[in-house]
Write a protein that binds this ligand. Structure first.
Ligand code: ATP
Length: 235
């Protein structure tokens, strides 16, 4: 589905990613583990067309995405829910949600159905749809950020640290929603600090360190790996 090969990228003269190879298969949850600063956000922003790679290729469903503009990448079926949410705090929940659909330009009936799916996934957002997004709790704001990516009708959803700063119970709610999204047939590429929880819902994973893939395998392989247990699972 998504195939990233030999990807290098960074900021001005600083190279952050060094020849990264990853795959995110259709219908699976793929988790990217890595310490702060290991390059997860840089990788996601490069896949989404927000950073131009200096080398490598990005393919999605057989089409080349490398160096295509961000809006074209959304239209090809890849939507990104960024770290830190980036909501419009004064705009209503519903206005934030429908923003995700503008680039994809689905017809009105499809847009309505997508919004309805978001409200079914997160019923609290229906209740609060007229409230300013900034008035919601952290967990609810994260639901808006995920919901906004879903209204772009993606085949692949990139989620950058969706549980950051949330209480443990809310973390689990967000990850349960990720499972539900995936069950509906959407592939998920997920960066997550809660490594144990993330590996329990994922099919496959990668460990990034200093911009390089240092480990790849099934989620079970990673859960059993002594190095992963020590570095990420606190065992
Ligand atoms: P985190 O969990 O902290 O977000 P990450 O794995 O997502 O970490 P990145 O945010 O991709 O890592 O950062 C990778 C490296 O790139 C870090 O050394 C960081 O300082 C650097 N970096 C990130 N954003 C910029 C920027 N806008 N300009 C210059 N360097 C940056």
């Amino acid at each position: 589905m998504l195939s990233v090969s030999g990807l290098s990228a960074g900021y001005d003269s600083i190279n952050v990613l060094h020849s990264v190879d990853i795959e995110a298969r259709s219908g699976e949850i793929t988790v990217i583990l890595g310490a702060n600063g290991s390059g997860k956000t840089t990788m996601f922003r490069t896949i989404s067309g927000l950073i131009r790679p200096s080398a490598g290729t990005i393919e999605f469903d057989g089409s080349a995405l490398t160096r295509r503009p961000a809006n074209a990448i959304v239209r090809s079926g890849v939507a990104h829910s960024p770290e830190g949410r980036h909501l419009f705090a004064k705009m209503s929940v519903e206005k934030n949600l429908v923003l995700g659909g503008y680039t994809r330009r689905r017809n009105r009936a499809r847009q309505k159905a997508l919004l309805e799916q978001v409200y079914e996934l997160f019923p609290i957002l229906r209740e609060k749809r007229h409230d300013p997004a900034g008035s919601l709790s952290g967990g609810q704001q994260q639901m808006v950020a995920i919901g906004r990516a879903l209204t772009a009708d993606p085949q692949l959803l990139i989620l950058d640290e969706p549980s950051m700063g949330l209480a443990p119970l809310v973390v689990q709610q967000v990850l349960d929603a990720v499972v539900e999204i995936n069950r509906a047939g959407i592939g998920v590429l997920l960066a997550e600090q809660n490594a144990a929880k993330a590996l329990r819902i994922a099919h496959r994973g990668y460990v990034l360190a200093e911009g390089r893939v240092v480990m790849a395998g099934t989620a079970d392989d990673l859960l059993r790996d002594a190095g992963v247990q020590e570095a990420y699972l606190g065992m």
